[in-house]
Design a protein around this ligand. Structure first.
Ligand code: ADP
Ligand code: FBP
Length: 414
């Protein structure tokens, strides 16, 4: 590629190339993001386009030079991009580098930024011309900003898609860690309070609870009842009396009670230590949840969604609403980015407003069902099932069939 001429503008497009597509990974890293870059670059080339990887998230702000081909391009939380002057510089750098389409893989923050960038685009170009930073003829080929979003985040907090890229790899990391902790908890007959990430979203905590059969979980969208301290202690002491040698409590980092007081791992540990006299430890899993290799599901999702993103760039007309690539009931498709961002923000707003029913309503329908399934499979006293009748009956039937088999294995399982 010819070097970028910062004075005269973009390098000439390679002969016969349709578009120059930039790909960015932004916000908290999530496993699968590298596969996104690979897929976007390869698909762009296959479709007769040029591909640029842009370093360090919204690094276009800093004017990082692009690179050809897929590789680790870094991610960042770029403060400057949250302000208009930062986005103005980003717009200029895109034009100067001749990038006429952007594929952005990030969480709700990055996609919010993408949405704002898109909405401001015409104004940014006008300002660049008015302040003589760019000539009108330089901006002309870039009148419409072509953006496509991909959801990369461990949190699985984005509305309009069933799974965010990285969430299943992170869930695997958490479950592996709980398995390791289980072993030492069993040996010492200890209780462990395990804090998992997820910001406002309890998906990782809930799914970890479902998968590992944790004794208790705390989720931001579903604060526990007002007497949660007693409820948790009753359940755990009941499990102990049944012969369970260990106790595992999973606390989402955003967990709050109904009055929005933080439910911290320390608070939970103090209760277990002081009220139940359990030898209790805290493990904060932290950034371990974002490490390791992407699981096959995330590798597959990233590749298929990267391919779809390039197709979406090429299908776009000035009238096409900016899409975010989603997976819904196993089908990859496109959803309106603005709507997805709006709905995602509404969950956090509902939690802040203590409107927990609304927060739950805004999550996928499965969220409440998975919680009921967690309760049904974990509690010793069967709670009232919130599942639709049919599903509840299936679970109970399955329970009857397996009761004898389970009771034989119970000692081992406990
Ligand atoms: N309201 C906003 N306006 C403009 N840019 C934003 C906004 N929110 C986030 N961004 C950009 O997206 C980046 C990543 O957002 P962040 O919330 O940190 O992570 P994530 O995308 O994983 O949710 C930010 O550092 C910033 O550059
Ligand atoms: O990496 P940092 O800056 O410490 O941020 C931690 C946050 O990032 C996450 O791991 C991922 O969140 P995002 O995908 O929104 O960036 C959250 O679960 C957590 O609250």
């Amino acid at each position: 590629m010819a070097p970028v001429d910062m004075v005269n503008g973009a390098p000439p497009p390679l002969p016969g190339k349709k578009r120059r597509i930039g790909v960015i990974t932004s916000g908290g890293d999530a496993l699968g993001m590298n596969e996104i870059v690979r897929a976007v670059v390869r698909m762009s080339i296959a479709k007769g386009c040029e591909a640029y990887g842009i370093y360090e998230g919204y690094g276009i702000y800093e004017g990082y030079e692009g690179l050809e081909g897929g590789m680790l391009i870094g991610t960042a939380r770029c403060k400057a991009f949250t302000q208009r002057p930062g986005r103005l510089r980003a717009a200029k750098n895109m034009i100067v580098n001749g990038i006429d389409a952007l594929i952005i893989c990030g969480g709700d923050g990055s996609l919010t930024g993408a949405d704002i960038f898109r909405a401001e685009w015409q104004g940014l170009l006008k300002e660049l011309v008015d302040t003589k930073e760019l000539a009108a003829e330089q901006t002309e080929p870039f009148t419409h900003l072509n953006i496509v979003g991909l959801v990369g985040s461990i949190d699985n907090d984005m509305s309009s898609t069933d799974a965010t890229i990285g969430c299943y790899s992170s869930l695997i990391r958490i479950c592996e860690a709980v398995d390791y902790i289980d072993a030492t908890a069993f040996s010492h007959q200890r209780a462990f309070v395990i804090e998992v990430m997820g910001r406002y979203c309890g998906w990782l905590a809930l799914m970890a609870g479902v998968s590992t059969g944790a004794d208790f979980v705390f989720l931001p969208e579903m604060p526990p009842s007002d007497d949660w301290e007693k409820q948790m202690c009753d359940i755990i002491s009941k499990h102990r009396k049944l012969g369970k040698r260990k106790a595992i409590v999973i606390v989402a980092e955003g967990a709050r009670d109904r009055f929005l007081n933080k439910i911290s791992p320390t608070k939970v540990k103090d209760l277990l230590s002081n009220d139940l006299k359990l030898d209790t430890r805290i493990t904060t899993l932290g950034h371990v949840q974002r490490g390791g290799n992407a699981c096959a599901y995330d590798q597959m999702l990233s590749t298929l969604q990267g391919v779809e993103a390039v197709d979406a760039v090429l299908d776009a007309t000035p009238e096409t609403p900016t899409p975010v690539i989603a997976i819904i009931e196993n089908k990859i498709g496109r959803e309106p980015l603005i709507e997805a961002v709006k709905l995602t923000h509404e969950v956090a707003e509902a939690i802040e407003a203590k409107d927990f029913d609304r927060a739950m309503g805004l999550r996928d329908a499965e969220f409440a069902e998975y919680h009921s399934a967690y309760m049904a499979t974990t509690a010793t006293d069967q709670p009232k099932l919130m599942l639709p009748k049919e599903k509840a009956r299936n679970i109970l039937l399955f329970g009857q069939q397996t009761e004898r088999h389970l009771s034989q294995r119970l000692g081992q399982l406990l």
